[in-house]
Design a protein around this ligand. Sequence first.
Ligand SMILES: Cc1cc2nc3c(=O)[nH]c(=O)nc-3n(C[C@H](O)[C@H](O)[C@H](O)COP(=O)(O)O)c2cc1C
Length: 208
Amino acid sequence: MANVLFIKANGLPAERSVSVKLYEEFLKNYKASNAADTITELDLFQADLPYYDATMMSGLFKESTGDTLTDEEQRLADIANGYLEQFLAADKVVMAFPLWNFSIPAQFLTYLFYLNQAGKTFKYTAEGPVGLVTGKEVVLLNARGGVYSDGPMASWEMSLNYVKNILAHFGITNPQSIIVEGHNATPDQAQDLIAAGVEKAAELAAKF
Ligand SMILES: Cc1cc2nc3c(=O)[nH]c(=O)nc-3n(C[C@H](O)[C@H](O)[C@H](O)COP(=O)(O)O)c2cc1C
């Protein structure tokens, strides 16, 4: 029985969002194949995600050094640590997110900042940072209207690449990905491109 965390980083309904379509299809099929698992859904557009500001940073730093936190520092550190503990407790994680302005939504960035804590998800060594997260399986579900898998825009892809690099920084080097791309660039093919991605999501969910 696995503990599975489903993270949705898009506030649009499935009818208007390709990444949410992938998310919902994956979730439905995962549940059908794994009825005994514990599934937690985290909707980042509904969650309490205060910016990673100076007070939160100060609180997290003081916790790491054993100093006394102010009430506000404690409140903010507890929020970040709550999401971090939830992430660390999951055996499997599914993250669905769009490419927006070549990057990820601000809510997702804030969330990933919470997870990025020295001594918890990675450690510093003389040879550089080393990831501390082991034994977790991850699936990434990503949608991007243009084509970035090859061609002139490849180096502009800072959505899936960013998330993959952050996960690698944590030690998670083998996430599986489903990408729908090019549906805005070639609208005549959009329906087929999206349908193919949704089918892949269903297939992967059944064996994840
Ligand atoms: C705010 C916003 C910014 C976007 N920026 C880009 C972009 O930089 N490059 C691109 O190819 N498509 C861009 N798009 C199109 C999205 O990548 C496309 O709609 C994709 O399906 C997003 O996932 P979603 O459908 O789950 O929202 C943007 C869309 C929105 C709403």
